[in-house]
Design a protein around this ligand. Sequence first.
Ligand code: NAD
Length: 434
Amino acid sequence: MKIAVVGTGYVGLVTGTCLSEIGHTVTCIDIDQNKINKMREGISPIYEPGLDELMKKNIMENRLFFTTDHNEGFDNKDVIYIAVGTPEKEDGSANLSFVEQVAIDIATHIKKDVIVVTKSTVPVGTNDWIKEVILNNLVNDVKVEIVSNPEFLREGSAIYDSFNGDRIVVGAENEETADIIEEINKPFGIPVFKTDIRSAEMIKYAANAFLATKISFINEISNICEKVGANVEDVANGMGQDNRIGSQFLNAGIGYGGSCFPKDTKALVQIAGNVDYEFELLKGVIRVNQKQQEVLLRKLEQKFDNLKGRKVAVLGLAFKPNTDDMREAASIVITQYLVEKGANVVAYDPVAMENAKQILDSKVVYAASTIDALKEADVVLILTEWNEFKDLDLETFVKYMKQPVIFDGRNCFEPNNVKKHHVEYHSMGRPSIN
Ligand code: NAD
């Protein structure tokens, strides 16, 4: 198949590259000329394990192309994927202006019948609207079919997920179109779940809202564990062994972040509100998540009534490990608080520091390594559970810090191991160790 993918962010670039890897000829289109120039050389503008190698391979084998030119990008394509961002508006609803622009670009450039597949996460009913926008702006006499094909990949393991996902959801207007999209995806060997367009759109929001609910649920249990002297990790293990519950997404910590859960949960509250339904449970999930970073900060305040002039090492800035994505990362709120309290914040993240520099307060200093950050620090906060941090020998904290006081927002260390070292250790939902 000849495919165009519009938008080369975390979803579009991975989708385009993986579709080329399974044999399709793919042209990725973006409005950002700098990104396109880099990608033509096989350099990914985002950090995603394995992506550069896969891009280079498919560029060499003439299956993967990049352009900013819509004429070139849409020329002779059978299928066009929309993978542009749908960020949050101030009222929490999804901003569809990028999607609308792509719909207009499609309408004004296509010269043959195409199937338009929406990968971007869009509110229920948006695909009908996309079709309307395209049909209202069509320049040539061609047929357009629309498909909702929401994306479930996780940043940090996006390539793996594309080849090993649990299911591919295809919401189509008719069986014939759904079959074509199924056929395109066949080499991935992942089960395809076919449904109508609106249900497909809802599946994406419902899935993300459910995962966010699991996280906020275990975080509330964690907060109660702290007060009753239980260990949330054991509680989560004991719960998760029940197959009806499952063990995933039951890690207590400082809450979810990233480009999806925060915005998608808020958008679903809006989607419900638009049809006069108050999604009370999800509103609670969002509130719990917003409060969770404060749990760590309150603990820090109990230890230090004054942070002014203290060196605070921050390990981990990205919203989760194996990505450079800083969108809605817990580190944003936490470092801001530390800077406001007059702390000298020295941060280190294996890959997200360049992005962090655009977002975090200019007073944050960036270290060259974990050890560099820890040197002479009064306290360390662990905000992202990178393996690099989880694998640290706890003696490193003893050796380099002024005093080895650890506030672990992601429960990176085993309490039984911590007890063997002379460190002060506070984590989430587990008894502190002095
Ligand atoms: P992103 O912000 O990383 O990338 C969007 C890209 O679209 C950018 O490169 C931007 O330059 C480009 N773009 C914007 N307008 C354009 C236009 N008119 N023509 C061509 N390119 C244009 O976004 P993302 O994280 O890849 O997310 C894309 C969509 O996928 C969102 O709806 C998101 O909710 C959804 N999603 C994201 C993830 C994830 O983990 N990031 C997972 C599942 C679903």
